[in-house]
Ligand binder design. Sequence first.
Ligand code: ADP
Ligand code: ZN
Length: 514
Amino acid sequence: MNKENLNHILKANFGFEHFRPNQEDIIRSAITGNDTLAIMPTGGGKSICFQLPALVFDKLTIVISPLIALMKDQVDGLKANGIKADFINSTKSESDHQRLVHEITAGTLKLLYIAPESLTYIDHLIQEQYISMIAIDEAHCISSWGHDFRPAYTQLGYLKQRLPNTPVLALTATADKATREDIVKQLNLKNPNRFVSSFNRPNLYSEVRPGQERIKQIKTFISRRKGESGIIYCLSRKSTERLAEKLNDSGVNALAYHAGLPADVRENAQEAFINDEVEVMCATIAFGMGIDKSNVRWVIHYNLPKNIEGYYQEIGRAGRDGLDSDTLLFYSFADVMQLRKFAENTSNESLQLAKLDRMQQFAESFNCRRKALLSYFGESLEEDCGNCDNCKSPPALFDGTVIAQKALSAIKRLREAETIQNIVDFLRGSSNAYIFSRGYQHLKTYGVGKDVSWKDWTQYMVQLLNQGYCEIAFHDGNKIKLTSLSEQVLFHGKKVTLAHNVDKTVSHQPKKKQ
Ligand code: ADP
Ligand code: ZN
């Protein structure tokens, strides 16, 4: 099929003038009968990659998707473009079902959306005489290496065995190298063509701030962006509601959204956001999957996400129209501890903890954020992005050897039995009940760090942890312990570099939007 033909089909059926990067190659790969793996960021335009081939093929294209809630919308959208599409789930009546079976066997239906759990409904139709292609959306769900594992996906490998000559197109927005290989293997793809689109989103400013006085910071942030749509992701359902309430109290038009709300409440909230009737959504990560709103101008993470895939996906909901948009992540140690707790004793604990470590490293990095993010997805950026907090205002480094010596000897004096908070209180010579109850005021290093503020000390402690000068015993009350590097600093004159704790709450002003 030549280029003019494909462009014509694109324009005639979907109304688009040009293909986006990789779309055409993926489509060609599929229609020439190859297995294909397409990695494309959210909003990159994956749907066309199977919808267009479905129109070229003469039999049915099955689209496997975990997002049952979105199937109807997608199908309605296709029907509105005059494309014969439908979906199957348990809500369909027996007569609907009969009609579908008829349309499939007669070869009139082009696209059928179905969740993997529902495949049994059409088991007898899974034959090469009826099916031209199988598209597997959100293909990372098949891998327990990914972040969104769905057990029902693991059965999908049988499709390729049953239909060895039918091309399979696996699509996902999130896949590190290990997950990619796992998808190929588990789906039994045969020498698949692989297409990996760039994950770079130059229009997204990325910033990380310490998670202190978050509500105050958020109010300031929003007051500088009046009338703009934004999403604030929170870890818990409760905090979405609390935050929405606090924002409303201060005159911001905000709603809460989480999976625990009744379906109609959720639907109304979503509609209101899409139609610009409400500016701010305080939501758990349940919000946003498949929401097609191009003018989200900012995304805030109230809490640390549990991995980079999730973070990338969530910030990616900002600025889909390509205009400048801001993303802000609040980073606190308390969140790390909470997330570690969630990960513990899960079936893939070590994987989850490793992913959390990467997330934490990202948040604490002094280098270009975008470089770090893209490198996670196996992509390298030649130059620093110039559009992140670390690029815009590089942290000022200083010789922190004395600070480190004070902190580490405090840890030693306190017998490696105290948390960051208590160590900082000790260093600052606080006269609180806990310190006195332990008699810490009599120890030698008590109060040697009076000249440094509580906030700065806490930051320096985190930096020391990150650089491995001390460590945190997550399984032992978060006590701070010494490491072999501590010895180097305390007894062998090793120099330590720290970054000044700049007040980032004032550094970035939104750009004027045209
Ligand atoms: P994904 O599934 O990768 O998140 P979608 O397939 O939902 O992305 O597409 C995201 C948006 O981009 C949709 O609004 C879609 O209509 C639009 N889109 C896709 N391909 C093109 C194109 N070639 N030209 C213009 N818009 C496109
Ligand atoms: Zn940068």
